[in-house]
Design a protein around this ligand. Structure first.
Ligand code: SF4
Length: 345
């Protein structure tokens, strides 16, 4: 059997690969797999041109300059992974969401509570139970002034218990599937990134669920990790690529690896960062920002792209293409169900 090789830290706290280690013997196969996937030997960590940061910034600012002029003076366009994935999906949905006031839902609150609990888990000493971490996360979030604290504070006992159970499930999955994170790997939960562009009129930003490792000079070493529940979606890859671009604008050295981790399935989807990947992402950001400003300025009608989001899109009642898509899909599902029934009989 091939020896398991994964990240251990050298004396500088960098994540490097190593031969079998006593510590690994305590890991379950899912944890060992994560360890192996995230690790790299020093010679596997690429060095990048120190001019890359400036080059990316110049290209973005040259392309985004005309769009930035449209941002009202004194205002900032905050570009998040959500803005980009929505505007690159259905533009009608993008506008419909823009028009809706933000409101917490059980599902979005559950995600935030679970992320907070995982953040605590990374720095907590010992082996805290997932339920305890969720208790602590809830207690802290309720105290933070803002809409999430208010939302959590007004939950009834039943709603709170349900949210607690679902968040605990996520934290438990994380603890089961991830190897215990050693301080020398420099794990950072909820790591904030931002890049201010075009005289601070456009800000690219967000928060990475977890990072481990660090760059050494111009040699890449950091791994950006996004934790997901549910199934794979192509925009998960784009989300992390966006963060890789922002990290490069911030630091000058790209992350070494991007990894989406699917908690339900215990599956890691890794991607190595290259300059070509950053080039593609620059283009996606430019197109997304330009489209967002055109749509908000009502310069052109939105391009409708019917698909699964039509089922819960706020505009679905008035959107004919969306209604047609849902009806067609329901018909197809009914047909499949009928065939299934016949087969069973
Ligand atoms: S219903 Fe579908 S096609 Fe129409 S705006 Fe919403 S997501 Fe787009």
């Amino acid at each position: 059997m091939r020896p398991v090789q994964g990240p251990v830290a050298n004396e500088d706290g960098e994540i490097v690969a190593a031969e079998d280690d006593q510590r690994r013997q305590d890991l379950n196969p899912a944890q060992a797999e994560v360890l192996e996937a995230l690790g790299a030997r020093p010679h596997e960590r690429p060095a990048f041109d120190p001019r890359l940061r400036q080059d990316l910034r110049q290209r973005l600012e040259a392309r985004l300059g005309p769009a930035a002029e449209r941002v009202p003076k004194g205002e900032v366009l905050w570009v998040s992974k959500h803005l980009l994935s929505t505007v690159h999906g259905c533009e009608g949905l993008f506008l419909a969401r823009d028009a809706e006031p933000f409101a917490w839902t059980p599902s979005s609150a559950r995600g935030s509570v679970a992320h907070k609990a995982i953040e605590l888990a990374v720095s907590w000493r010992g082996d805290p139970a997932p339920g305890l971490l969720v208790d602590e996360a809830l207690a802290r979030l309720v105290e933070v002034p803002g809409s999430l604290g208010e939302y959590l504070g007004q939950l009834g006992e039943g709603e709170r218990a349900e949210l607690h159970a679902e968040a605990t499930e996520r934290v438990s999955m994380f603890q089961e599937c991830f190897p215990p994170l050693e301080p020398r790997w420099r794990p950072v939960p909820e790591s904030r990134l931002r890049a201010d562009l075009c005289d601070d009129r456009i800000v690219l930003g967000g928060k990475v669920d977890l990072t481990v490792g660090r760059a050494d000079g111009t040699r890449a070493g950091k791994v950006l990790i996004d934790l997901k529940t549910g199934a794979f979606s192509p925009h998960h890859i784009d989300d992390l690529r966006f963060y890789a671009l922002v990290e490069t604008l911030r630091l000058g050295v790209p992350p070494r690896l991007l990894a989406t981790y699917y908690l339900d399935g215990g599956r890691l989807q890794p991607e190595v960062v290259t300059e070509a990947l950053l080039d593609v992402t620059v283009e996606r950001v430019v197109q997304g920002v330009t489209a967002a400003l055109e749509l908000r300025g009502a310069d052109r009608p939105p391009v409708l792209r019917p698909g699964p989001p039509c089922r819960w899109c706020p505009a679905s009642a008035e959107c004919e293409p969306g209604r047609r898509w849902v009806a067609h899909q329901d018909e197809a599902d009914g047909w499949i169900a009928t065939v299934g029934e016949d087969d069973d009989a």
